[in-house]
Design a protein around this ligand. Structure first.
Ligand SMILES: Nc1nc2c(ncn2[C@@H]2O[C@H](COP(=O)(O)OP(=O)(O)OP(=O)(O)O)[C@@H](O)[C@H]2O)c(=O)[nH]1
Ligand SMILES: [Mg+2]
Length: 326
């Protein structure tokens, strides 16, 4: 395996990007440790109300401050900046000391040797650490849902410890406004046919869970559904629409047959059938319109070759405010 440790192998330019929101307890130690394994460490802070930005900068990170926009926006801004440093690989890790920075070379290696565009640090591959069972249940459920819907098989779809090639960064497009960004990446991996691999990592949980796990799970599922309806509108809208319209038509046919045969009007059935036909029609038209729009947008994107990450957070433009470089 490639020696990606930047201390012993300075030819690799590994940039570590750490999204951090109110992480003053751990951010300085995470930055200091990460600097041992990465050439540059970038911390993206979006509206922390504590001393995260100050401590990160004191520890030697380049701090980017953006208006509060969530983890996806923070990562997009971090990636845009990282790309200006002509990296060999960009590694993301959490600012709450959950990840071990000494795993950075391990995560970066498949990108550096060209075997992967995206590497996911999996907590469940060669299991190395104790994870509370109630966390595992949620993580497995979200991984299962993301795998099934995205068509990309991972053992840990929610891990924030990842490595990216320049090719991946040029294609990834992150839009989710909550912590579903990892699931969103899995769809992007599929869309852009990126090479993905996983390596086993160890994790530690020093803090109690920061958010309601049920709410978090629902947010991720909501994002998954949103993505699938955006990408497959014919499947999500038009197909059920056609089915509903067919059921409605059949119901109306039965109503007409009953009038013919028994001279009785089944009023309830008639209203029900009309309602189903109308709903089916609306869903079908919605699906077709969304499909046309999606195709149009893809063609525009192909034609003009937009780099979505730069479009999301243009390098050197507001809202990024640079801190001290390393
Ligand atoms: N910049 C920025 N970073 C964020 C935001 N939300 C989360 N993060 C960071 O993303 C990383 C992962 O977030 P966590 O809240 O730890 O998510 P998690 O690891 O899934 O949840 P826990 O298991 O409770 O730790 C941490 O470094 C956070 O500080 C945000 O809105 N903005
Ligand atoms: Mg965490």
């Amino acid at each position: 395996m490639i020696n990606a440790n930047t201390e012993s192998n300075p030819s690799y330019n590994i940039v570590a990007v750490i999204p951090a929101y109110n992480e003053e307890r751990f951010i300085a130690s995470v930055v200091l440790l990460s600097r041992q394994y990465a050439s540059s460490v970038v911390v993206v802070d979006d509206g922390s109300t504590d001393h995260t930005a100050y401590l990160a900068e004191e520890a030697g990170a380049h701090v980017i401050t953006i208006p509060h926009g969530g983890k996806a926006a923070a990562l997009s801004a971090g990636f845009a900046y990282a790309q200006t440093l002509t990296p060999s690989a960009v590694v993301t890790l959490d600012g709450d000391a959950q990840h071990d920075p000494s795993d950075i070379p391990l995560i970066a290696a498949p990108v550096l040797d060209g075997t992967a565009d995206v590497v996911v640090g999996s907590r469940f591959l060669n299991r190395q650490s104790h994870i509370p069972s109630w966390r595992q249940v949620g993580q497995h459920a979200l991984t299962y849902a993301t795998n099934v819907v995205s068509g990309v098989e991972l053992t840990d779809s929610q891990s924030g410890f990842r490595a990216f090639s320049n090719h991946a960064l040029a294609n990834l497009r992150l839009r989710s406004d909550n912590l579903s960004v990892e699931s969103e990446m899995q769809f992007e991996i599929r869309t852009h046919d990126l090479k993905v691999s996983e390596v086993g990592i160890s994790v530690q949980y020093l803090d109690k869970m920061k958010r309601n796990p049920v709410r978090h799970g629902m947010q991720v599922l909501d994002t998954i559904l949103g993505i699938i309806s955006r990408r497959h509108p014919l499947l999500v809208f038009a197909l059920p629409g056609v089915l509903l319209a067919c059921i409605g038509l059949t119901t109306e046919w039965i109503v007409l047959r009953t009038i013919d045969a028994r001279h009785v009007l089944l009023m309830g059935h008639a209203i029900y059938g009309a309602f189903l036909m109308l709903t089916g029609l609306v869903l079908t038209i919605t699906g077709v319109i969304l499909y046309s729009l999606e195709s149009l947008v893809s063609r525009i994107r192909q034609e003009f070759g937009t780099n979505p990450i730069q479009a999301t957070a243009p390098v050197g433009e507001a809202p990024i405010q640079g801190g001290a470089p390393l």
